[in-house]
Ligand binder design. Structure first.
Ligand code: ADP
Ligand code: 5GP
Length: 216
């Protein structure tokens, strides 16, 4: 019964205000379990130094992005910080049917759309809060990726993102990184055992029933 291919995968959604630590945590989860695959989003924003097309994101023109949305090729999409972002639908169903989980780094708009999609019953959403706003600001600066202007814009948007925390299945305060990582692993390990994630259970119960009848 432990055959992994018989399990249904989860759509694991991680959201947080920018700088709270979700990319760091996502990287740790990916290194933890090779049964997890990362949903590489498409975006119209420009690549940051070190980012590669097909690794962090698929960097698309606005025209290509809109045509993919029109063709129904995005599981969800949203306008964030002046750019379009979306999760390609293609690989998701295939991956979860094979018994592997897909990890999404999307904002609150993506969470709602995935939950309302046909695959919504397999969604697990987790919101990451910072321990304080001062620490959120410090982390955005320490990451060293954005100009002062972009950091100010991200800080302004952070309350908007935090205000949606109540729509998530789990909410974690990312104070100590190792503790948050351990909490995430516990949640994922448990949620994999949800009844609806184990379609093979019916066959097993049928077998138990047959054995029970044979005994009596
Ligand atoms: P996000 O993806 O949410 O925008 P990042 O994962 O890029 O955020 O994290 C922002 C910065 O904060 C990074 O420099 C990261 O190393 C750091 N960081 C993440 N979690 C913690 C934590 N628990 N304690 C201290 N620093 C952290
Ligand atoms: P960044 O530009 O910093 O990589 O991402 C900015 C924001 O866009 C983050 O909050 C991130 O979660 C969100 N985001 C990234 N990809 C997607 C996506 O495919 N869909 C949605 N809805 N949001 C995304």
């Amino acid at each position: 019964m432990s055959d992994k291919s018989k399990r249904r995968g989860l759509l694991i959604i991680l959201s947080s205000p920018s700088g709270a630590g979700k990319s760091t945590l996502a990287r740790k989860l990916m290194a933890w379990d090779d049964g997890l695959s990362f949903s590489i989003s498409a975006t119209t924003r420009a690549p940051r130094p070190g980012e590669e097309h097909g690794r962090e994101y698929y960097f698309l023109s606005e025209e290509d992005f809109k045509s993919q949305v029109a063709d129904g090729r995005m599981l969800e999409h949203a306008h964030v910080f002046g750019n379009f972002y979306g999760s390609p639908a293609g690989p998701v169903e295939e991956t979860i049917t094979a018994g592997n989980d897909v990890l999404f780094d999307v904002d609150w708009q993506g969470e709602i759309q995935i939950r309302n999609s046909d695959l919504g019953k397999h969604a697990l959403s987790i919101f990451i809060l910072p321990p304080s706003i001062t620490e959120l600001h410090r982390r955005l600066i320490s990451r060293g990726q954005d100009s002062e202007e972009v950091i100010a814009k991200r800080m302004q948007k952070s309350w908007d993102e935090i205000s949606h925390w109540g729509a998530y299945d789990y909410v974690l305060i990312n104070d100590d990184l190792e503790a948050t990582e351990a909490q995430l692993k516990t949640i994922i390990t448990s949620e994999r055992m949800r009844r609806e994630q184990q379609p093979m259970l019916q066959a097993h119960v049928n077998l138990l029933q047959q054995q029970f009848q044979e005994m009596s």
